[in-house]
Design a protein around this ligand. Sequence first.
Ligand SMILES: NC(=O)c1ccc[n+]([C@@H]2O[C@H](COP(=O)([O-])OP(=O)(O)OC[C@H]3O[C@@H](n4cnc5c(N)ncnc54)[C@H](OP(=O)(O)O)[C@@H]3O)[C@@H](O)[C@H]2O)c1
Length: 234
Amino acid sequence: MGDQTGPVAVVTGANRGIGREVAARLAADGHRTVLGVRDVDRGRAAARGMTGDVTVAELDVADPGSVTRFAGWLRQHHGRVDVLVNNAAVTYDTWQDPLSADLDLVRDTLDVNALGAWRVAQALAPLMRHRSPGRRIVNVSSESGSLTGMGAAAPAYAMSKAALNALTRLLAAQLAGDGVLVNSVCPGWVATDMGGPAAPRTVAEGAASVLWAVRIPDDGPTGGFFRDGRPLPW
Ligand SMILES: NC(=O)c1ccc[n+]([C@@H]2O[C@H](COP(=O)([O-])OP(=O)(O)OC[C@H]3O[C@@H](n4cnc5c(N)ncnc54)[C@H](OP(=O)(O)O)[C@@H]3O)[C@@H](O)[C@H]2O)c1
């Protein structure tokens, strides 16, 4: 289990892509870092090579039972959470348009990308009530979810990220008096399995945009939407 002191960071969907990089950087920075992953073997493979205190635990954000078990595991092994990065996501549905979109797929996408983050936040919030500095919830969103710029592209994904942004506002408002800062972050277009090989940004660059919202000071912003530390329109 390792060191029993120091902040605990949880990253969902941490076995590949941006989540894996964010987890590696948080662990290197001294967070006791928990990789929430659907497949523990793939999570352990991802954790190899990370430095610091890293553990892997099973988490399917779409499965309420899995989220409850994950929260119980965290309570037992760490007893607290300081940083929650809601990173897990699916379905960048560039092949769909709004009028012909498969609504079952839209529902499944919302269940992971928006309700999944909500489920995990609900389950982990009791572990964040310790009032230490540095408590953060970072919802990894996308400019695709910006209502200001929204077109017809990737409708399931776009709607799910708009909903995730709403969750950011809701949680930020509820936790405002509690000292937990809650923000949405867009990592930019990043070369991952989701972003594809043509994406101009590296995983490290995307992760840096996410990590900014972890590292802001306790009097930093809450309830905002940012990329690279700069506000994005809702
Ligand atoms: N890449 C981009 O250009 C880009 C742009 C804007 C925003 N984003 C956002 O950045 C975040 C990370 O994206 P990425 O590009 O790194 O994606 P990725 O490479 O496709 O990785 C997605 C991760 O989410 C996990 N995941 C999916 N469903 C899950 C579930 N039900 N429970 C737990 N984990 C689940 C996956 O696990 P499995 O391996 O088990 O599938 C995987 O670890 C996402 O929120 C994405 O929307 C990405």
